[in-house]
Design a protein. Structure first.
Length: 242
């Protein structure tokens, strides 16, 4: 395996690392045997995630961005190059809140609510922009309604960004999409874009990326009931459990 700094490492077998000395009150021998076996799989999963991340970092340079897209931002017009700010890397998320939607996608909104809390940390390393085709006034109004504090919103209603980088047909609705761009001097390049969707999903599973970017599902996957198959986030609830 190659480490984050590029050096080769010899790793101990996961099964050898998985002999946990932890014990919880009342656990059985059968539970411990099964838990240690699963711990080995969790270690292998962590290693596989790192291998994929290393492959992603090692991708050849992506295509040069065809134009310096102009967006409507919360504080006026902004080009893609300006959205980078002082950073050389920009992550964008295409929010499903196009001009024909009365309300935004609940799944996108749940994801962005989680990201809002992480923004002060994330923005130390990279720039991050939330992009939707709806008018900027509607995007900002919902941001205030939701209580988002740190997300930076941009409307792409006047350009082809969504078509070019979210594989979106303006006449067929919205698509969610993650993209990563880099800047070197005056040159902007596309570094990575998510390409997992309905066409890559396994039987019985909802389309999602790997690893899943939604903290909601990651936490539910830790529980005996899992994420289930008959529940999705909503924009609001009658009462929030405490």
């Amino acid at each position: 395996m190659t480490s984050a700094n590029g050096s080769a490492q010899t790793l101990q077998p996961a099964a050898a690392l998985a002999q946990s000395t932890r014990r919880f009150p009342g656990e059985s021998a059968q539970y411990r045997t099964a838990r240690n076996a699963m711990l080995a799989e969790e270690i292998e999963l962590r290693r596989h995630i790192e291998r994929v991340a290393a492959q992603r970092r090692a991708l050849p340079p992506g295509g040069e961005v065809p134009q310096d897209y102009r967006f409507d931002g919360e504080h006026g017009p902004a080009t893609l190059s300006q959205i980078f700010g002082d950073h050389d890397t920009l992550i964008t998320y295409n929010w499903m809140f196009g001009p024909t939607r009365e309300r935004p996608c609940p799944m996108c909104t749940s994801l962005l609510s989680a990201f809002d809390g992480a923004m002060p940390d994330l923005l130390q390393r990279v720039a991050f922009a939330v992009i939707a085709r709806g008018p900027i006034e509607r995007l900002v109004a919902f941001k205030k309604e939701r209580g988002w504090r740190h997300l930076r919103l941009y409307s792409s209603g006047g350009n082809s960004f969504n078509r070019d980088y979210a594989n979106e047909d303006p006449d067929a609705g919205d698509n969610p999409a993650f993209n990563v761009f880099t800047r070197s001097g005056s040159t902007l390049r596309h570094a990575w874009g998510d390409e997992m969707g309905p066409q890559t999903s396994d039987p019985g599973q909802d389309p999602r990326g790997a690893p899943d970017p939604m903290p909601l599902w990651t936490l539910l996957d830790l529980t005996p009931g899992g994420r289930g198959s008959d529940w999705y986030p909503k924009l609001e609830y009658a009462a929030v459990p405490t």
